[in-house]
Design a protein around this ligand. Sequence first.
Ligand code: XUL
Length: 501
Amino acid sequence: MFLGLDCSTQSLSALIIDVEKGTIEHTESVRFHSELPEYNTTHGFVRGTEPDEFFSCPSMWLDALDLLFKKLVENKAPLHLLTGISGAAQQHTTVYLKKKMRVALKNLNAELSLAEQISPYYSRPVSPIWLDSSTENECREIADAGGGNEAISKLSGSNVIQRFSASQIRKYAKQYPERWAETSKIHLVSSFLCSILTGNQCGIDYGDGAGMNLMDLKRLQWDENLASATFTDVIDKLPPLQASENMAGLVSPYFVDKYGVNPKAKSFNWSGDNPCSLVGIGASRTGDWVVSLGTSFTLFRSSKEPLTDPAGFGNVFGNPIKDFMALTCYKNGALACFALKDQLGIEWEEFDELALELPREDEDPVLPFFETEITPVYPAQDQSKTTARTFLDGQFLNMKHHSRYFGEPPEFLYITGGFSASMGVCQTVANIFQIPVRRIENSNSASQGAAMRAAHASGYNLDELEAKFCIHRDTVHPQEGSKAIYEEKMKRFLTLLKTRN
Ligand code: XUL
């Protein structure tokens, strides 16, 4: 059996698959906001003192990991039968550690919690998360020092992006020079949690490493020029880059002694949540397009060569199976839907039903930005007149427009993530893209992808894994008459988008 973990913005989840039987044996989840209230988060994060600053605590993820394993034991998950473990994590988010961390990892004591043993080794008690877009100045400085955005995009797969690790690292190093001097290792959430599970300092995989603006996509190595454009000494603080399927070690005795995990369970490198979702939905080798509706809304596809965005918003990451993936990411995803639902004072059932209707002639899409948007970079907009219909139309017209560089539209789209449970949302996506939308049984594609990656790295055939776990549930077709309506709405949306002075 194989365990896949997923540390997302709002929760930490586990999914155990039995490959021989082709079944999902167990799922479990810890929600940060409600189950770890001592961290005072909303949706798993806190805001900083400056606009567009968003943080989470690495200790919150560690407490969640202990709590998750405790729940797995209480609910009799077959941890003693695990043969492999891997994980997925929110991308770009950096964790800053002092030198002695390595020793602490080796000597984890099962009598104590993870957070109390690791927290003395943070050189930064918080992590700036992917929602943070406060690094405009640092992006400009890195782009200037690194040869300009065009060259950087060609090399690393993305322009210098605010939520990406390099600009966040630079901001911290400038703000707190003493703490920067104390920092000996900068992990991503993925490599940090893999290190905890394994009791070793682990590497960063090519999938997630590409989301840092520091990796040379072609050579699969840190780029020294980009590292020094980011800040002095960055290169010395980065863990090694490694293939996603690399074995990171056996599971740490901490998890064996405390939770009864099989001591022979192999721990494989973690990757980003989107790269893992690509695997979990069965699209890692096909070029199929996937709309993923988690906290962030994303659209991605695998590609043989790096598919960079001429407009500078989209990104290229490593595909954990092979080659690359292209992605566009929208900050006003699920959180904006929550905000609108609260503002309208309606239940999800009503929201869903409203989304099933086609828009009327006088119902124009809005710019659906409750917060500063990243695709495109755009300030928050007044939403006082927004309805469920005009909002969802704005979200998916924006997604369609900014993903045109992906190439010829495919014959169908996969859809996954929490909001794919809404038939109204699926219908909207089908109508706007004018493409049938396919759901698979399990919408937790990131944790499923992590479990499948662990099985694949242990020698299981990927075709067989996909046949067993990526099971087609249903298809939603575009509604009659929707083509003409949304062609017109797209024109209106683009006119609105241009109104920014
Ligand atoms: C992708 C991105 C988000 C996070 C969400 O570039 O920033 O999708 O990975 O967890």
